[in-house]
Design a protein around this ligand. Sequence first.
Ligand code: E4P
Length: 219
Amino acid sequence: MKIFLDSADIKEIREFADSGLVDGITTNPSLAAKTGRDYVEALEEIAKLVPGSVSAEVLATDFDGILSQGRRLAKIASNITVKVPLTWDGLKACRALAGEGTTVNVTLCFSPVQAMMAAKAGATYISPFIGRVDDVGEDGMGLIRDIRTIYDNYGFTTQILAASVRHIMHVREAALAGADIATIPPSVFKSLLNHPLTDKGLAAFLADAQKAGVKIRGT
Ligand code: E4P
């Protein structure tokens, strides 16, 4: 499974991009607003820093507006993915942009049928918001599983991008459910390797080596 970072903050992205383990970036208007920066300028920097897909979301809601903003965003860099809302106008624009060779991420997906329609419209990625589904007492991971089944039943190649990820269990469950990608906030990314037994085991190895004077000659 690929791991994308869910952030529009260049400082946060820089912190993790060096690891080589960030496969892409997703941004949205709320994340862009938090940075207080010009959105296009921030996207230019992010797209240079991370070679994978960088999702840039339109602000328009009508077909012409989505198409025009999508074309503008796609011009920023070759790795920009245009993010459109899961509405009739959004899916019409998705079809048009995909026809022009632009990769499209259809966002705000909350039902398996919505995801099927996005795939029919030629979406490169579908973003089901698992955390927000859980928040209203429904089954976010069930949504991922249902989309996986529908896409596999009919050979849809749209990639399932599990979004609105809140904790490590979401990452684990999304991987088990067959999501192609999980986009995760920096705080969750940082915690991915956490395990108390790893820390404890490492401390014991180093203490034993020090006690016995074990060394790696030649370093
Ligand atoms: C990413 O594409 C989504 O916009 C994001 O994951 C939403 O996350 P939230 O529900 O925590 O705002």
